[in-house]
Write a protein that binds this ligand. Sequence first.
Ligand code: 13P
Ligand code: SF4
Length: 357
Amino acid sequence: MALAGELQRDAKATKPAAREFKPVDMPELEYTPGLAKEMAPLYEKVRHVVPSIEWPFFAPYIHAINRLKKERDAVILAHNYQTPEIFHCVSDIAGDSLQLAKEATKVEASVIVQCGVHFMAETSKLLNPQKTVLIPDVKAGCSLAESITGADVRLLRQKYPGVPIVTYVNTSAEVKAESDICCTSSNALKVVESFGTDRVLCIPDEYLAQNIAKQTSVKIIAWKGHCEVHERFTPEELRQYRKDDPNIVIIAHPECPPAVVAEADFSGSTSGMIDWVKKNKPARVVMVTECSMSDNVAVEYPDVEFVRPCNLCPHMKRISLKNILDSLVYMREEVTVDPAIAVRARAAVERMINLKN
Ligand code: 13P
Ligand code: SF4
């Protein structure tokens, strides 16, 4: 049975690579004493979050991926929700959705391997039409992206003529193409207010829209899409954390229901949350978001204690060292966007990126 939001898409649904790539052999994946020695400094960095029993399995993959990246002239972009062995050991650029979209415009390599979900890979492709964009598992979807179609947006435009449509980047290129501008969780308020109108459609994340509505006088019209990871958090759960430890600090992603965000000390995008920890160095903190984030941040801040509610995103977790290596060996799965859709979707993403402060 398909997971909620899982993409019903397979390799055949994407067009074949336009460019020919030299075949390479699958590297040997043996944890030899020599490899163990070479990789020891990297393990030192992640040893608090990667169990020693797993390292002999990960290390040969990491080694092979980093070598093959050079051979393929590839960069790896990784979202903050990727597991630590991906985030810290093979990625070239890591960040939140906005940072990844911005960095994608600056990539010089000819191949991008997107370690994240499909809409992120599509965004990279929109911004790099000449480059080969690969996603290690083409079924890595998103419940928000699956909650709305281009036809839905066209109907909304008919229903609300003249009202600007702001679309969260967690959507397909087809949905972006029907929108006036995109936003991410880190710039949604700025984007909504950029029109100077009294009403704005902010789709498809209902909770993000409601959380933004609390910070602006613009009337926000929402859609009923939800993130299947963040919708599971409850205000009772957060109150229990405080009851257990009155000194605990709670920071939450704005994809959480407003009642959850109201219980938090701070709310921001994944990178906003990381920056908050960096600046405030709390003794104990709960990051109310996807599970791997705390592991990734814990590597950088060993003095901060992270309480880790473990809500995993099953789509983000489709990406593994094994399928990243397969991606580079076999140059799959290539992400393509219909050129007629791409031109309009790109305009919506670029409008967001070019928005002045
Ligand atoms: P950020 O833009 O905060 O990284 O969040 C996007 C997201 O939810 C990815 O799943
Ligand atoms: Fe989508 Fe939620 Fe997963 Fe992010 S965490 S990719 S919003 S389902």
